[in-house]
Design a protein around this ligand. Structure first.
Ligand code: FAD
Ligand code: SF4
Ligand code: SF4
Length: 421
């Protein structure tokens, strides 16, 4: 089938013919160390057969698999065909301010989100700003914009809650982010800041344990791969299970080039190897090519090139070329703006309305350095492309040495190091 051919071309993964069972997803993605822990497979399963393994944090079968194939079809590292997601939105009427790129033609390279050639611009963007919250939450990562927006939307009655990441309450898991639906201002503020681990966020869309109205309206804050899963589920009809994808009214992507394995980064690299007291940590940041960890008393506990932590990164992130979160209503990150501000890309009408709702709580000015976003996006795509080449041909002569290109996180103009193997 054409779609299967396209998929193979995109990420070099052989498509299983006919019915696909969960164990094929396991073999092709989870056991192959390619899972990026987005939780889409759990959310999409119509028979609620999938859950999250308490030890590994990875998807697992909790009851009989019916072979419906949907976990494979919607998995961003399995059969998800990105071309079905474009265009991500209809541009709003006042889109004249900046050029809107909307291309849905599969003949265009734009649809090749994973492993494709460098993309064209920032995707569908109607406004781009540097923004900071007037009253910034203490633990906010950059400008505190995500938190301020969620507070405004909740106060305005636009949402009933938000899927965010809060710190784990388990004392053995300091600085581990876990997915939760925040339904109060206090919970939203408590979830401010970035956790550099994936949370199987979309598995949390089974809302039965939350006190929400029958027809809840949720904002989802997620890494771009999580937004891809949502967009795919919203775009295609499928028999639903317990997970309330229908509740999602707003998606905010955090700009992302890489996430990490919690134990490998926080416990082995930071706590065990470098002797950090994780209970004293106030902020973990990956910025300007460095891993910076600060203590609450202001001491800098770690300031090292992020390349030193490459072994702790999720392997599946190397295949990802969606740094900019092109499918979201809003994309928000640090690259492109001065310290203490966040870069905001408004992509859709829903995103514009949400931003306007919060505007009174925000300082807004032009984006400082849009080119930094473009550069990092190009690099991200090149990394994915090389990863694909190596999958298709393990003897491919050229590859990017991930360990040496620190610009992955910084948006600086350092070129990636391309080496002969
Ligand atoms: C894994 C990861 C990698 C990132 N990489 C980059 C990058 O390369 N370049 C860049 O410019 N920006 C990156 N960011 C985004 C950046 O760290 C900030 O999240 C962003 O600038 C928003 O800051 P803020 O102060 O406006 O948000 P805040 O007000 O601090 O709110 C952040 C929101 O994100 C939620 N959140 C935190 N961690 C996660 C998570 N793991 N998954 C889902 N939701 C989460 C919080 O619960 C909170 O609601 C990354 C974020 C993450 C989580
Ligand atoms: S990448 Fe996402 S959809 Fe695929 S197996 Fe992992 S959690 Fe499931
Ligand atoms: S790099 Fe891509 S796959 Fe990895 S967490 Fe970020 S968005 Fe997801």
């Amino acid at each position: 089938m054409k779609g299967f051919r396209i998929r193979e071309e995109m990420n070099g993964v052989e498509e299983p013919p006919g019915k696909t069972w969960f164990w094929e997803l396991e073999a092709g993605v989870i056991f192959a160390d390619r899972c990026i822990q987005c939780g889409t497979c759990v959310a999409v399963c119509p028979s609620n057969s999938l859950g999250v393994n308490a030890d590994s944090g990875l998807p697992e079968l909790v009851k009989m698999c019916t072979g419906c194939s949907l976990c494979w079809d919607f998995c961003p590292r399995g059969g998800l065909r990105y071309e079905a997601l474009w265009p991500p939105s209809t541009p709003p009427a006042d889109a004249a301010e900046s050029p809107v790129v909307v291309k849905a033609d599969a003949a265009d390279t734009y649809w090749k989100l994973t492993g494709g050639p460098p993309g064209d611009g920032l995707g569908a963007v109607v406004h781009s700003y540097a923004v900071r919250a007037g009253a910034r939450a203490d633990d906010a990562q950059d400008g505190g914009v995500v938190t301020a927006m969620l507070l405004a939307l909740l106060a305005g009655g636009d949402i009933d809650g938000a899927l965010v990441s809060k710190p784990s309450a388990d004392p053995d898991e300091p600085w581990k982010g876990i997915a939760t639906v925040a339904t109060t201002a206090k919970e939203i503020v408590a979830a401010a800041g970035s956790f550099y681990n994936q949370t199987m966020a979309l598995a949390e869309l089974d809302l039965s344990r939350y006190d929400l109205p029958a027809k809840p309206r949720l904002a989802v804050i997620g890494t771009p791969c999580e937004i891809q899963g949502i967009r795919a589920m919203q775009a295609r009809r499928w028999p639903t299970g317990a997970h309330r994808v229908d509740a999602i009214t707003l998606t905010i992507a955090l700009l992302c080039t890489k996430s990490f394995d919690y134990e490998a980064l926080m416990l082995r690299e930071l706590r065990d190897k470098r002797g950090l007291d994780l209970n004293r940590v106030s902020k973990v940041d990956v910025i300007h090519g460095r891993m910076i960890v600060e203590y609450r008393d202001g001491d800098v506990a770690v300031d090292e090139p992020v390349k030193d932590f490459h072994g702790a990164a999720l392997k599946g992130c190397d295949e990802c070329a969606d740094f900019l979160g092109r499918g979201a209503d809003l994309s928000i990150g640090s690259v492109g703006s001065m310290a203490g501000w966040s870069s905001v890309l408004v992509r859709t009408e829903a995103g514009r309305l949400a931003f306007e709702r919060a505007r009174g709580r925000l300082d807004v000015r032009d984006l400082d350095d849009p080119e930094a976003l473009l550069k990092l996006d190009r690099l991200d795509k090149r990394v994915a492309e090389r990863t694909l080449q190596r999958k298709l041909d393990p003897d491919a002569p050229m590859f990017i040495d991930f360990a040496e290109h620190v610009s992955c996180y910084s948006g600086t103009d350092r070129a990636p190091v391309v080496k002969e193997r």
